[in-house]
Design a protein around this ligand. Structure first.
Ligand SMILES: Cc1cc2nc3c(=O)[nH]c(=O)nc-3n(C[C@H](O)[C@H](O)[C@H](O)COP(=O)(O)O)c2cc1C
Length: 195
C-alpha cells in the first residue's frame, strides 16, 4: 500500500527541519530485523537513499547478516533519531528487494571507491586480519582496471513498504506529541498516542 500524501509531506517536512536544525546526517536510520532463527532481533545504522510513496530504500550486501535475516523474515522497523530537533520517525513494514534496474542506477552513481568496496567486503563475514581486506581491495582494483565497476550480484537495495509510520515531536515538560499512522483495511488512519 502506498504512503498517502499527508504522511509523505510530514516525513519530508521533518527531514528538511532535521537538515536545517543541525542533524549530522538526516538520512541515517536504525534498521532492525529479525534473527533467522526467529529468537532475537538485530539493529544497525544505514543511510536512506530514496523515499517516495512506495517506501523507504537503503542499500547493502544481500549476504550480510541483515540481508540473510531479510530473506528469511522480510520485515523491518526503521528509526530516524533526529535528536538535535527533538524529533523521531518510526516506520514498520514489509521489505522487498528493489528492481535490478533501480539498484544498477544507484550503484553507478556511487564513488568508485565505494563500488570497489562493495566487491571487496564480504560484509558481516569473519575477517581474520585487516590485511586480508586490503588485499581484496587491491585485487578488485586490479580486476577492473580503468573500466566501469559493475554492481556485484550480492549488493542491492531493500524497500521498506510501511504499514505503520509514527511521528514523534518533542515538547516541553515531556508533553510530547505522537501521531501514529496505521494501515487499516487499505486505509491510512491517524491516531494520537499518549507520550
Ligand atoms: C552512519 C552509518 C551509515 C551506514 N550506512 C550503511 C549503509 O547504507 N549500508 C550498509 O550496508 N551499511 C551501512 N553502515 C554499516 C552498518 O551499520 C552495519 O555495520 C553493516 O551494514 C553490517 O550490518 P549487518 O552485519 O547487521 O548486516 C552504516 C554505518 C553507519 C555508522
Amino acid at each position: 500500500m502506498k504512503l498517502n500524501a499527508q504522511i509523505l509531506a510530514a516525513f519530508n517536512e521533518g527531514f528538511e527541519a532535521a537538515k536545517a536544525g543541525g542533524v549530522h546526517d538526516a538520512t541515517a536510520m536504525i534498521v532492525s530485523t529479525r534473527h533467522e532463527n526467529g529468537e532475537g532481533v538485530s539493529a544497525r545504522t544505514v543511510l536512506l537513499k530514496a523515499v517516495n510513496e512506495q517506501g523507504f530504500v537503503f542499500y547493502t550486501n544481500t549476504l550480510s547478516n541483515k540481508g540473510r535475516q531479510l530473506s528469511t523474515y522480510p520485515v523491518a522497523c526503521l528509526v530516524f533519531p533526529w535528536l538535535e530537533i527533538e524529533r523521531q520517525v518510526i516506520v514498520e513494514g514489509r521489505v522487498e528487494a528493489v528492481s535490478d534496474a533501480e539498484a544498477d542506477a544507484y550503484f553507478a552513481s556511487r564513488p568508485r571507491g565505494s563500488q570497489i568496496g562493495a566487491w571487496a567486503s564480504q560484509q558481516s563475514s569473519r575477517l581474520n586480519q585487516r590485511a586480508d581486506f586490503e588485499q581484496a581491495i587491491e585485487d578488485t582494483e586490479a580486476r577492473f582496471g580503468e573500466g566501469d565497476v559493475p554492481r556485484p550480484p550480492h549488493w542491492s537495495g531493500y524497500r521498506v513498504i510501511p504499514n505503520m509510520v509514527e511521528f514523534w515531536y518533542g515538547r516541553d515538560h515531556r508533553l510530547h506529541d505522537r501521531h501514529r499512522w496505521t494501515l487499516e483495511q487499505g486505509e491510512w488512519l491517524e491516531t494520537l498516542l499518549y507520550p
